[in-house]
Write a protein that binds this ligand. Structure first.
Ligand code: MG
Ligand code: ZN
Length: 406
């Protein structure tokens, strides 16, 4: 089934239509209405006529005309375990300043799982990736363990380039839920094998051993190369600053879990830059998911310093992504978390620039509502209060794709 019904470049060409005289406006308006109508949307009711009577050349603003430009690229950034307090701790530790503040559209999502008020990262990432509420531990499958097509798979089918970057292993719950379909998150070797079923153009994360030292003795890194990937690993040195565009690219940052930021891991920002450049050069639009994986691990460890160092590195990556989106003008950026971790709070005694008295109510996740920050064309849709599954719905709508009937 062809899904890309509504996504067409005509929205953008409207932006460049020059209206010479105000008497032409009603004619132009009629054309705009018919273009919108051709997409079968309900946006007609929000179309407003410009009221200016100036006799000068004007460019209709697609937003005020009710025809907001659709994004060519979507970058979804997930700070695992990044609740409001984690953001606050990073903000105040960093002298009251975060790149995250550049996003002017903010919403809240409800992160509960299909079988538990307190979600895990697998159920939550599956909600973002597939638009379904599911059980804790589910990787790209529904409550009945049936596979559900992910936004990354829709992007592949619509001939966009795709990418994943994580500071955990690449087969860990969050990135895994965008490419794999497995009933349990701990099925690491099965999840690694699923990376050979989907043509992710670019991916960077840890977990080399799940590809090349497996119970089934297969070497999936060799299989990836046979499949047409350039494969790099930490053993050959740091992530390159540029890689050949003629093949897909995968880079393994560690054998098992990557180091903490404090212990010297520092690839998130370079991998963020490289992924955006690589995918942009594919020349066909892209979907990219970037995860700051270890904010969550700091929460599990009830360690404020761990949370803050991971949070600030993630914010640096956010800065790079927003710079790219600002320059590009066709990239929708969505930044959120899967859940809060630790029941973290900042108490009396901490100071601006020095968060010292973090306390925790749990060494697990909590059910707190989670903020969503959005930037770029289509960002307005992320204001408000909605289910975590709506993030999938809104991304699909932004790309103009329809969900396939299962
Ligand atoms: Mg994660
Ligand atoms: Zn966790």
């Amino acid at each position: 089934m062809k899904k890309n019904i509504c996504y067409s470049r005509k929205d953008e060409s409207l932006h460049t239509v020059q209206i010479g005289m105000s008497v032409l406006r009603s004619a132009i308006f009629t054309v705009l209405i018919s273009l919108v109508g051709a997409c079968g949307t309900t946006k007609q009711s929000t179309v407003v006529l410009p009221t200016s009577t100036k006799m000068q050349v004007e460019t209709p603003d697609p937003v005020t005309m009710g025809i907001a430009k659709k994004p060519r690229n979507i970058i979804l950034m997930v700070g695992d375990g990044m609740g409001i307090t984690q953001i606050t701790a990073g903000l105040y530790e960093n002298n009251n300043q975060l790149n995250l503040e550049r996003c002017k559209v903010i919403g809240l999502h409800k992160p509960y799982a299909g079988n538990d008020l307190v979600t895990d990262s697998a159920a939550a990432a599956t909600s973002f990736a597939c638009g379904v509420k599911t059980y804790n531990g589910a990787i790209g499958v529904d409550m009945d363990t049936m596979p559900v097509k992910t936004i990354l798979e829709y992007a592949e089918d619509n001939e966009l380039a795709t990418g994943l970057v994580a500071t955990s292993t690449i087969i860990h719950a969050t990135p895994a839920s965008f490419v794999a379909h497995q009933p349990k998150r701990k099925m690491y070797e099965e999840i690694a094998a699923d990376f050979l079923k989907t043509d992710v153009d670019f991916w960077v994360g840890g977990g080399k051993k799940y590809f090349d030292r497996r119970a089934d003795k297969k070497n999936l890194l060799n299989t990836l190369k046979l499949k047409g990937y350039n494969v790099g690993t930490y053993l050959e040195g740091d992530l390159p600053t540029s890689v050949s565009q003629d093949k897909n690219y995968a880079y393994l940052t560690s054998d098992s879990d990557p180091l903490t930021k404090a212990a010297g891991r520092d690839y998130l920002v370079p991998a963020t830059k490289l992924s955006m450049n690589f995918l942009e050069n594919r020349g066909k639009g892209f979907f990219l998911m970037i995860e700051g994986s270890q904010i969550d691990w700091g929460g599990h460890a009830n360690d404020s310093d761990y949370i803050i160092s991971e949070m600030l590195e993630f914010d640096e990556a956010i800065g790079e992504v927003l710079d790219f989106a600002e320059k590009d003008g066709e990239t929708l950026v969505i930044i959120t978390a899967d859940h809060e971790t630790g029941g973290y709070a900042i108490n009396k005694g901490s100071k601006m620039g020095e968060i010292t008295t973090g306390t925790f109510t749990s060494d697990y996740h909590t059910a707190d509502l989670i903020p969503v920050f959005a930037y770029g064309p289509g960002a307005e849709a992320f204001a408000g209060f909605y289910e975590n599954t709506a993030i999938f719905d809104k991304m699909m709508e932004a790309f103009g794709w329809e969900v396939e009937v299962r």
